[in-house]
Design a protein around this ligand. Structure first.
Ligand SMILES: [Zn+2]
Length: 138
């Protein structure tokens, strides 16, 4: 993916986050001069970046998930990829989101708990920017 494609992906992810939020009566405001980036709001039929991520990254992301506040539910997400593959019974499901703030770069990341499922089951690879942020986050 080149930068333009990554930006396009981020824009789409942010739009689907806003959609989830709106459907469930929430609003995702742009806050101050922080840029909000939605990570891992994948939808069937939309291409997404695939690749391996390190176990280290996954471990750190899990630690961060459990630290601080969880935004709560913006609605229930069901994995459309599992459903498409006929794994309806075993499909990934979750309904919470997390916010992490990169103060240094003034970015607010929002991602669903489903991100773990997407990474481990469907080889989703978040942007390098997000991975690098997580790796230096503590
Ligand atoms: Zn799935």
């Amino acid at each position: 993916m080149n930068n333009k494609e990554v930006e396009e992906q981020e824009r789409k992810d942010f739009e689907s986050l806003q959609e989830y939020a709106k459907e469930n009566g929430f609003e995702i405001p742009e806050r101050g001069d922080f840029k909000t980036k939605a990570i891992g709001y994948l939808a069937w039929g939309e291409p997404f970046e695939k690749g391996e991520v390190s176990q280290n990254f996954l471990n750190k992301l899990k630690v961060l998930w459990h630290e601080g506040s969880i935004l709560g539910s913006l609605g229930s997400h069901e994995c459309e990829f599992c459903i498409d593959e006929g794994n309806y019974e075993k499909r990934g499901k979750s309904s919470s989101e997390k916010e992490l703030v990169d103060r240094e770069n003034r970015i607010r990341y929002v991602f669903p708990k489903m991100i773990f499922h997407y990474i481990t089951e469907h080889k989703f690879k978040p942007s390098n920017e997000f991975i690098e942020f997580v790796m230096r986050a503590y």
